[in-house]
Design a protein around this ligand. Structure first.
Ligand SMILES: Cc1ncc(COP(=O)(O)O)c(C=O)c1O
Length: 508
């Protein structure tokens, strides 16, 4: 079906504005009735307009789960702009998109090949579907302590060992903006006639500028999920799931999304997707050229600051270990700046806190050695100036304490040296009888919860895995360095939830 509408049009946003302006007596949800019943405090902060547009499924506004009007038109325009055969709007973030991608392609007991450095939404997808993970380690840069992508070779080896796998999932780009050889991975995956699912949460902008890495769909992905809110102009939670080809059952994607999303989806979020799509489809080249230029200025200036360096694959002299990755077809999203502060004698966590509290600069992510900043179409030259000045002052203050570094370095544990062993599927462990034990009595037990420290936001233990001393050491180290635990019952990590002994014996 060709769309008679052009990318300049925003059918859903336009209809929402029309309904918001219409004069009528509202006897439907939401209860605030177009802002009349809203607390004055909230109106003072957000203004009235947002509530007038906070409408429910009025006939003209279509239905997200059976779209045939303005939502169908808006999704069709999005599929054309992003290069998909079909696009679904998501109001529960890429989180529900990733879960739906797994539910749509894997049933209970099916194998899925995936990297260890997945987002926790993938683990949730495993619990919901009952799929059995076959983990492969991504390439790991021990000097920078950064995990990159899985390689075509590792995917080929996993598929050779598990030819009955039902899907391959990859993260593209990583949080650091690093993109593996997706075209080769898609090729290998398709030889087994199974789909490649791509968590492209951080790569929604790729399709709109040729200096950015190749978008997942163009490289052959069957499903990709994008957080439009992360790098483009949509509101938080607003995301999209795109599909192409015939390896995926489109109806099952729809059914999975219906299971996972609210039956009262926010039209404000959906209209923001419609507007963000039109904005980037029309002005993308110009907006992203400016964004890339800002990032380039920042990168070059930061690289001049003594004691700091910026993750940069194009700079061969930067760090020797990176050269090895250039042998693979790795690309980098240059709008993402990962600044290494380690040579200042500081961890990324400490630098991040100083930047925030003293210099008014807030990052996206801190890790042991780095702080990562997202530069997007909403950033200004003033933001870049503040970032560079903050980093200059940080470096001036700490350059002399760099001598402590060797001591700290010795304590780093490679995340991928942790020995992971799966005793039961994440779903079996999630539903098994459990008990709570003190952390020092938890070694060798089967974990019954996700334990995902932020940073790095990679689950270290997940339901069904055997708790090892190396995983406990890693978690405790992150905690000492100021990271937070998420996903687990006791975030202070004094206790852990494990599968009860009887359940672990009978495997239920
Ligand atoms: C790699 C990755 N995938 C998926 C998600 C989930 O995205 P959302 O926040 O849109 O639910 C995130 C969120 O940070 C992420 O980093």
């Amino acid at each position: 079906m060709t769309n008679p509408l052009s990318q300049a049009e925003t059918p859903l946003l336009t209809m929402l504005c029309k309904c918001a302006r219409e004069n009528h007596a509202p006897f439907y949800t939401p209860g605030h009735k177009r802002g009349v019943g809203i607390s004055e405090k909230l109106v003072d902060v957000l203004g009235k307009a947002v509530f007038t547009a906070d409408l429910a499924e009025l006939t003209e506004l279509d239905n997200l789960f059976a779209p045939s009007g303005v939502i169908a038109q808006a999704q069709q325009l999005a599929s054309e702009a992003f290069g998909a055969a079909r696009t679904w709007f998501l109001v529960n973030g890429s989180t529900c998109g990733v879960e739906a991608a797994i539910l749509a392609t894997c049933s209970t007991g099916d194998k899925i090949i995936l990297p260890r450095n997945v987002h926790s939404s993938v683990i949730a997808g495993l619990v919901l579907s009952g799929a059995m993970p076959i983990f492969i380690n991504p390439e790991y840069d021990a000097v920078l302590d950064i995990a990159h992508s899985i390689t075509p070779e590792s995917v080929a080896a996993a598929l050779q060992q598990h030819p009955d796998a039902k899907a391959v999932l990859m993260v593209y780009p990583t949080y650091y903006g690093i993109c593996g050889d997706i075209a080769a991975i898609a090729n290998i995956t398709h030889r087994y006639n199974i789909p490649l699912l791509v968590d492209e949460a951080h790569g929604a902008h790729f399709a709109f500028h040729r200096q950015l890495p190749m978008p997942a769909l163009q490289a052959g992905a069957d499903i990709c999920v994008q957080s439009i809110h992360k790098t483009l102009g949509a509101m938080t939670q607003a995301s999209m799931l795109h599909v192409q080809g015939d390896r995926v059952n489109y109806d099952r994607v729809s059914q999975a999304l219906q299971l996972l999303q609210s039956t009262s989806p926010s039209y404000i979020l959906m209209a923001s997707l419609d507007a963000a799509r039109s904005h980037i489809a029309i002005y993308g080249k110009e907006l992203l050229s400016r964004t890339l230029q800002l990032a380039d200025i920042a990168r070059k200036r930061i690289q001049q600051i003594p004691g700091l360096s910026v993750l940069d694959f194009s700079n061969f002299s930067y760090l020797s270990t990176l050269n090895k990755f250039n042998q693979f077809n790795i690309t980098q999203d240059l709008t993402r700046l990962t600044v290494r502060v380690w040579e200042l004698g500081l961890t990324g966590f400490a630098a991040d806190e100083i930047l925030e509290t003293e210099f008014g600069v807030r990052s996206e992510l801190a890790s042991w050695q780095n702080v990562t900043f997202i530069i997007s179409l909403g950033n200004t030259q003033e933001d870049i100036e503040k970032l560079v000045q903050g980093l200059i002052k940080l470096a001036q203050r700490f350059i002399t304490s760099a001598l402590d570094i060797n001591h700290q370095k010795g304590e780093i544990i490679n995340l991928f040296d942790i020995n992971h062993q799966i005793a039961m599927s994440p779903r079996q462990a999630f539903f098994a009888a459990t008990e709570t034990v003190e952390i020092d009595k938890s070694c060798d037990r089967i974990c019954a919860e996700i334990i995902c420290p932020y940073p790095p936001g990679i689950p270290i233990l997940m339901p069904g895995e055997i708790i090892t001393q190396s995983s406990l050491n890693y978690l405790q180290k992150i905690q000492v360095l100021g990271g937070n635990m998420t996903g687990c019952q006791d975030t202070s990590l004094q206790t852990l939830k494990v599968v009860a002994v009887l359940s672990s014996l009978i495997g239920v």
